[in-house]
Design a protein around this ligand. Sequence first.
Ligand code: GLA
Length: 342
Amino acid sequence: MSVIQTFAPGRVNVIGDHIDYLGGHVLPMALKLGTHVRLQWIDGDQHRAISSSHGQARWPVDNPPAPCGHWYDYLIGALGDLPQATRIEIVSDLPQGAGLSSSASLLVALVAARAELMHQPLDRLSIARRARQIEIEHIGLKCGIMDQYASAFGQKGHALLLDCQAQTHQPVQLKMDGAELWAIDSKAPRSLAGSVYNERVAECAEIGRLAGTDDFFAIDIDLPEPLDRRLKHIQSEQKRVHSFATAAAAGDLRAMGQIMNDSHRSLSEDYEVAGPALDKLQSCLANTVGCFGARMTGGGFGGCVIALVRSDARDMVQHRVALEYGDTQWIQCKPSDGARVL
Ligand code: GLA
């Protein structure tokens, strides 16, 4: 029987966090690392899954369990309605739970594989939308489309200037002569990430209700604390995305770094999604000679900081982080291609 194989990358967001679910503009890129899925029909009445990161799981075809916090909730969300048993193999080289969209990469690879298996191939946007829908409806994270879109549409050598309202993007080349972007995993637990994320989404709904519009980038009313700070982040972050894209097109490393630092401050103080570990890591990086700037990336509360580092100073910066912050994992951010059937 035929075996379907797909790959979908993780992503790092260069700038523009917590505005995708409001229809903002963001600047993610797909990574080289990601998730491979092998999917095939098998005989029997149970789906069988095996994952390089999580081990094995099985569930009955005619009675898939409801989501309950297991790693295979994602598999059931994507494949639970298949009429016949399958074998699912998952191999990932992305650090799990580090804020590099290991879950979006898994879902995009699964949705693409399922479509192939059913002989109903989907275009990239439909794959991204379906993967997001599973994350929202099955997993319960009221996320935007950024992660799934970046995983589906990634383009080698380019970040994606993504308009989350229109769900379209422009490829953007980041000119960084003599410098590199690194995602640095803080290794801090992300236990609060989901609940605070949904809390912020609810606060935004309240802002929209008070302002009588869902055009968050045009709202101009006095809001009670902390909603005033939330809106300040939303509106300033959107502007920073465009200033960063302009600075990056000109290769202005200092301006890029400064905008990254400003973005972190806004996410930490106004949107309050960074947490002490990301604050400590960002400040250590931003205050080290050889690092132009740094910011948390993704949902926050643990996960990664992304830093713009002078190539010839990388060892020194790494050393300083090890001394001052402690254990981290460094992943170089090279913009890579999006999801594919292999
Ligand atoms: C998570 C979500 C995304 C986005 C980021 C924050 O990664 O899945 O949709 O909201 O957080 O920018």
